[in-house]
Write a protein that binds this ligand. Sequence first.
Ligand code: BTN
Length: 255
Amino acid sequence: MNPAAEFSSIGSLLPDSMRLFVRDEVDSTNDEIRRLAMASAADGTVVLADKQTAGRGRRGAAWVCPPGQALAFSVLVRPSEPKALWPRLALAAGLAVAEGLEAHGVACGIKWPNDVWVDGKKICGVLVEAGNDFAIIGIGVNVNVPTFPEELSGSATSLLLETGEPQDRAGVLASILRRLEIRRHQIDADYARMLDAVRSRCVLTGQRISLHAADGPRVGFCEGIGAGGELLLSGPNGLERLLQADEVRILTDHS
Ligand code: BTN
């Protein structure tokens, strides 16, 4: 089925505030949304592409989604909340994906800040980028991906692999966007409530982890997530509160 037809019946399932545009191919849905934002597109504009020729992940890594099997989409938001709070959209997006996928039969964990995991493997990545007066929430979800290249097979999974059944991509998209519409508005007054939902899914809490903070690598014990959404890490420097970190890994007894 061509993508426009596949997603044509989704309208009534989307939040009223969102409008979906389906493209066969773009460079990156984040770039396409940025162009639309610069041309005054409205808050709630969503672009989904069946194929991205330059899809990207965090730290400039490539993000490759097989056409017809995954979801690659970006949402334009023009938050009314102060810009200092916009980084919280990343946690909101990861949580929304986790909740959306749970409606399709899998229990999801959140690997802070915003990877979604099922049984220790990544099923979704989120890339939030900010413009002057807008933010872009880019989301890639492995829906009906049957296999992964050898180098990813130990660390990536899909809804198909977890449930044993192909899933309706349009239904999965609608489930995620409905949760996102709620969670994206909880980055200010309702943040504590949102954080409780993140904490209950945090796969790092209670684990020995390694990560790269802005000023260098760390190894420590994850004590959970603080009131500002920061990772609480106890290590040789005492308790640290990290608002940002890369390459977060759970250490096993053997690592
Ligand atoms: C990551 O885990 O590194 C983030 C991956 C984000 C991928 C999505 S796919 C849709 C949107 N467009 C992009 O180019 N990237 C994001």
